[in-house]
Design a protein around this ligand. Structure first.
Ligand SMILES: [Ca+2]
Ligand SMILES: [Ca+2]
Length: 222
């Protein structure tokens, strides 16, 4: 195929002209618009612009604590209204309920607690249920919702990415603002016949902690 074949119809002539125009326009475009080019596309030789990117997270923790004493079968609704600064993302939200049943006359009648979230006010976040024994150590239960996928808050460095890609990755998508609610139900166990002179276990105290870890992404050239 020679040049004549390329230009033997009006359509081919137009296509060829378009191709040449793009080839000419591109270097001018990049020369005129350096601010549109990602720093790491410029390559070596530009101190302060090229190199690895360090991604870190400036965290703020928002928390709410309350305690409640419940009898057997009694329920308690706990509420956590989460409002963030406009530029903050939510990494994750945790609900921790702890208890320690130490008011039985002897072993074998450990209290427990059940929990069910009600996130009907929050779009796009799944409800959870959990339960746990009040038996010391790792007692009660914890629910956790990851609002930003894979968020740990751990600093890292990256080669070859762009800042906008990184900022797109570290976002909560606007989820999680509003009222977080959960219902607790106590299961209090005590010996069927009270031992004379001993205290009967009739209730249990629950410590409730809501925690939201929020962050701002910081991207630096290193
Ligand atoms: Ca008990
Ligand atoms: Ca108890």
């Amino acid at each position: 195929m020679d040049f004549q074949d390329l230009v033997d119809t009006p359509q081919k002539v137009k296509t060829l002209a378009g191709t040449v125009a793009v080839l000419v326009a591109f270097p001018i475009y990049f020369a005129a618009m350096p601010s549109l080019i990602d720093d790491d596309m410029i390559g070596g030789g530009s101190p302060g612009l090229a190199g690895s990117l360090k991604i870190s997270f400036n965290e703020s923790v928002i928390s709410l604590e309350e305690s409640v004493v419940l009898e057997d079968g009694e329920t308690h609704e706990t509420l956590f209204v989460l409002i963030t600064e406009p530029n903050m993302n939510i990494g994750y939200v945790e609900l921790q309920v702890s208890c320690f049943d130490n008011d039985d006359p002897g072993p074998g009648f450990t209290d427990s607690v059940e929990g069910a979230s009600d996130l009907s006010e929050l779009d796009g976040i799944e409800d959870q249920t959990a339960e746990g024994q009040c038996s010391g150590g790792d007692s009660g239960f914890t629910m956790r919702w990851d609002i930003t996928d894979n968020y740990t808050g751990t600093e890292y460095t990256e080669e070859g990415g762009s800042e906008s890609e990184i900022r797109d990755r570290w976002t909560d998508g606007g989820l999680g603002r509003g009222t977080w609610a959960a219902m607790l139900t106590a299961d209090v166990n005590s010996p069927p016949a009270p031992v004379i002179g001993q205290i009967i276990d009739s209730d249990e105290e629950f410590d409730i902690t809501w925690t939201a870890v929020t962050y701002i992404v910081i991207v630096e050239v290193v």
